[in-house]
Design a protein around this ligand. Structure first.
Ligand code: SAM
Length: 208
């Protein structure tokens, strides 16, 4: 599994890796731009909103929102990713933090119109994902939403089919979203809707 140092090394060529996978409609980044665009369009609705981005990476999505005067607070554990993103968003509050350890003190006192996370939470195991969701739900303003854009499948069977088709390149250290399983775990906690975008990715929307 990639740790913060692994992401530091990946940071400078991250955007290129994504583009090649996306251009070829291949696992894992097939649909990447459309997934980010979906979230962008949803999150842009309220003007000048406050947004938390978990695992913002090089800031592809957050920087676009920042350019439109949204307030960006971000968490990421890679110094190099933070450095690239901060150069695009000088006034954003980008916090070096490992999300598997819960939330940093700086965000506890804040509330957000939207919480977004793209291609980051699949680095966490299922129980860690649910724990992060439980931690961030109380940070949402009334009518606020969580948007998770990631490698995701409606069912375990569909994930398994994709794994077999991509067996040579499949990353066994990543834990992709299976929406029917996530929905079960989140019953009674929040609503969970899925918008599939490509054969291996989509947007999960969570609401209190
Ligand atoms: C694949 S990149 C995605 C970047 C960006 N959100 C995007 O859509 O292109 C994953 C990002 O999540 C960060 N990340 C992974 N695990 C993390 C963790 N446990 N805590 C904080 N950041 C993490 C990495 O440093 C990296 O910047």
């Amino acid at each position: 599994m990639l740790n913060e140092k692994g992401f530091d090394l990946w940071a400078d060529h991250y955007d290129k890796t994504v583009q090649i996978s996306e251009d070829n409609n291949q696992y894992p980044f097939a649909g990447y731009k459309q997934i980010l665009a979906y979230i962008y369009n949803e999150v842009m609705q309220p003007h000048q909103s406050t947004i938390l981005d978990i695992g913002f990476g090089t800031g592809v999505l957050a920087a676009k929102l920042y350019e439109h005067n949204h307030e960006i607070i971000g968490l990421d554990f890679s110094k190099q990713m933070i450095s690239i993103a901060q150069s695009k968003m000088p006034d954003a509050q980008l916090i070096e933090w490992d999300i598997s350890k819960g939330l940093p003190g700086e965000v506890h006192s804040k509330v957000f119109d939207s919480i977004i996370s793209t291609y980051a939470l699949h680095h966490l195991r299922e129980e860690e994902k649910v724990s992060v969701i439980n931690d961030i739900l109380p940070l949402l303003k009334e009518n606020g939403k969580i948007f998770i854009g990631d490698v995701a499948f409606p069912t375990r069977r569909q994930l398994e089919a994709c794994r077999l088709e991509n067996i040579d390149v499949w990353d066994e250290d990543e834990f992709y979203f299976v929406v029917e399983e996530l929905s079960d775990r989140l019953k009674g906690i929040c609503t969970c809707k899925f918008h599939p975008v490509s054969h291996c990715g989509g947007v999960i929307v969570l609401e209190k």
